[in-house]
Ligand binder design. Structure first.
Ligand SMILES: NC(=O)c1ccc[n+]([C@@H]2O[C@H](COP(=O)([O-])OP(=O)(O)OC[C@H]3O[C@@H](n4cnc5c(N)ncnc54)[C@H](OP(=O)(O)O)[C@@H]3O)[C@@H](O)[C@H]2O)c1
Length: 274
């Protein structure tokens, strides 16, 4: 396995680290020797996890208690990380819990999801990605969902925000790869996380349900190889059916078209499809 600390260390920021896939990222990255900034809303869970990881792996940790739907928290996150060299940003928080039609929920709940899944990852990717680009090394992982593949009733806003994450990650992959920074969309299907188990009893035996540690192992093995990792063979088969065109060729093609129109250099970036 690659030396993750050498590629993406010395610090990683996991946004949404207190349980599920985010905590699994924290465990795997700590085992690889990266120091961790663990961020979520529930302080006790973060402190317990940080203590466990320090003891098990001898790494350094910081915890940030923040709400990623609150714009003002972005500045505090940046300030708390100011003197750390963050080489890897994992933007994990972002599930929707339960199902209701757009008009049966207050507008504020849709706007909070846009803040959580679109505006905050933009802010953090902009702030931390700029430093990575200047250092010519680093990685940014944005989590998306199979729900991003189309619109759908009862999760209309969630699906739309997760499409945003996928398309943003692909664009950042093309822009940053020539600067030595690996951006990637991590496309996730049904996964056994506390949030999802709490949101519906049907989740417990959902077909193809993945374990967080398996999602993370696939993601970290793929990081640096291409713009999109789809975790799980079953999920890959679904996404290949829904997105039959090779993504790398498509991203290069669209980037070339834009470059041609605006007189920018045409850059072909090589990478693997999921
Ligand atoms: N689980 C699945 O089946 C599934 C399927 C497809 C895609 N995904 C994607 O995988 C990612 C993780 O999903 P998940 O099921 O683990 O649930 P989640 O509800 O996104 O929770 C993940 C982590 O994010 C934190 N978090 C959530 N909202 C936050 C906020 N407003 N501010 C700060 N931290 C916040 C949670 O901790 P706190 O509560 O302590 O803040 C938790 O540590 C999401 O992006 C989701 O879209 C999951």
């Amino acid at each position: 396995m690659r030396d993750l600390r050498a590629h993406y260390g010395p610090w990683a920021l996991v946004a949404g680290a207190s349980d599920g896939i985010g905590a699994a990222f924290a465990h795997k990255l700590a085992a690889s020797g990266l120091n961790l900034v663990l961020l979520a809303r529930r302080a006790p869970l973060l402190e317990t996890l940080a203590g466990e990881l320090r003891q098990a792996h001898g790494i350094e940790t910081r915890t940030i208690v923040a709400d990623l739907t609150v714009e003002a928290d972005a500045e505090r996150i940046r300030a708390d990380c100011e003197e750390l060299e963050i080489g890897l940003l994992i933007y994990n928080a972002g599930a929707t819990h339960g199902a209701a039609t757009f008009h049966d929920k207050p507008l504020e709940s849709a706007l909070a999801l846009v803040e959580l899944n679109c505006r905050m990852p933009l802010r953090l990717a902009h702030a931390f990605g700029a430093k990575m680009r200047a250092r010519r090394r680093g990685g940014i992982v944005l989590l998306s969902s199979l729900a991003s593949m189309s619109g759908g009733s009862h999760t209309a806003v969630y699906n739309a925000t997760k499409s945003f994450d996928m398309i943003l990650a692909e664009g950042l992959w093309h822009e940053l790869k020539p600067h030595g920074v690996d951006a990637m969309c991590l496309m996730v299907g049904a996964t056994r996380t506390p949030s999802m188990l709490a949101s519906s009893a049907a989740f417990a035996d959902y077909p193809g349900l993945m374990e967080p540690a398996d999602v993370v192992a696939e993601a970290l093995a793929f990081l640096g190889r291409g713009p999109m990792c789809v975790a799980g063979a079953r999920n890959r088969a679904i996404v290949r059916h829904l997105l039959p065109n090779p993504r790398v060729a498509q991203i290069n093609g669209l980037s070339s078209a834009t470059a041609g129109i605006y007189g920018k250099p045409v850059i072909d970036v090589s990478g693997e499809d999921f």
